[in-house]
Design a protein around this ligand. Structure first.
Ligand code: CP
Length: 365
């Protein structure tokens, strides 16, 4: 089946998205900051237009004959399935790569004698995949204890350097850009006008040391939408300092505000959105596995409960999922009317459909 023209609103919104790859380079999305503030907001508008015109769009099959390759070095439910669904909606094929079971072990270091375990170098692996697919997606979590190296997302950068086609970060050490796009759409869905509305992004207890990618991307999303963003976490659980600077800078550019507090009650007062996430410390006593476990024991009251959603205003609850019930957040919140977590997960489909449309040349012939 061939493509047909895009729905007019989708075509008009798509045309507003700038290309951000410098000097003819591909439009990689490794942090989500690459499109710039206006490009990010245009992608969110496109996600809404795609959702609004989903049936007409699916009939037009704008990406028929094109291939997206998804590679997950770490587990996923939502990201992998929502990418599969996004491809299906656009008429594209999804090439499912499972590095643990079906790919050669990769070497990432240049000018190395490959006489160890690795069978294939990233230069050939990425280059070959770039000949098979028009966009690559990649999930690779950080190695703990090496933040200075991991914060640069070296695995993602290596694929981007050698693929010759756009590479999308499907969650890495610093960012989860697809989650950030979906979160921005969800903030708008729940609040309508987001400018000046209060987004509280709060740390929550978890037995494991979670990643900082979702916090960074969600904070950037709220800051891009002109929200009053409050990051609340216990002492010792600072996020990446440059990521926080990005949040401040986006808030300043969009007319929002950005502040950090260790006072949970102060943060939650008057919240419109309460978004919880669990992450581990970068340094200090809480950064070790046992230090984290000890810290969490005394921080269990950071779990989100129903009372936390009505501190002066009725707030919605958000979480990227997966979530540990009654550790991070109570059943009553997740099953209650103020939970937006399923809408948030659904919006992954619309955000990624929009992104693929831009990256894979969705203007039908
Ligand atoms: N939120 C999110 O990225 O979910 P998965 O880890 O299941 O992909």
């Amino acid at each position: 089946m061939t493509s047909s023209p895009l729905p007019p609103t989708v075509a008009e919104t798509l045309a507003e998205i700038p290309s951000w790859g410098a000097d003819g380079a591909s439009d990689h999305l490794l942090t989500g900051l690459e499109p710039g503030l206006n490009g990010f907001l245009a992608l969110v508008r496109l996600a809404a237009a795609v959702r609004e015109n989903q049936h007409e769009l699916a009939r037009s099959r704008p990406l028929a004959g094109r291939v997206f390759a998804g590679m997950f070095f770490d587990p996923s439910l939502r990201t992998r399935s929502s990418m599969l669904v996004a491809c299906a909606k656009l008429g594209a094929e999804y090439l499912d790569l499972q590095p643990d079971s079906s790919l050669w072990t990769l070497e990432f270091t240049d000018e190395v004698v490959m006489d160890g375990v690795a069978q294939e170098h990233i230069r050939e692996a990425a280059g070959v995949l770039g000949r098979y697919a028009q966009t690559l997606g990649l999930r690779a979590f950080p190695t703990r204890g090496q933040w200075e190296r991991e914060r640069t997302q070296p695995v993602h950068r290596a694929f981007a350097e050698h693929a010759g086609v756009p590479v999308v970060n499907l969650e890495g050490p610093m960012a989860h850009p697809c989650q950030g796009l979906a979160d921005a759409l969800t903030f708008q869905d729940l609040l309508g006008e987001t400018a000046g509305r209060k987004l509280v992004f709060t740390w929550a207890p978890h037995p494991h040391q979670g990643l900082m990618a979702v916090p960074h991307s969600a904070l950037w999303a709220g800051s891009s939408l002109g929200m009053d963003v409050v990051l609340a976490h216990p002492e010792g659980f600072d996020l990446d300092s440059e990521a926080l600077d990005e949040g401040r800078s986006l808030a300043s550019a969009s007319g929002g505000t950005f502040r950090i507090t260790h006072d949970r009650d102060d943060a939650l007062a008057g919240a419109d959105l309460v978004y919880a996430s669990s992450w581990g410390a970068i340094s200090g006593p809480e950064a070790s596995r046992s230090g984290h476990a000890d810290a969490v024991k005394s921080l269990r009251d950071w779990k989100v409960d129903t009372a936390d959603l009505s501190r002066g205003k009725e707030a919605f609850f958000l979480h990227c999922l997966p979530v540990r019930r009654n550790v991070v957040v109570s059943d009553a919140v997740l099953d209650g009317p103020q939970s937006g977590v399923l809408d948030q997960a659904e919006n992954r489909v619309w955000a990624q459909t929009a992104l693929l449309l831009h990256l894979m040349g969705g203007v039908a012939p």
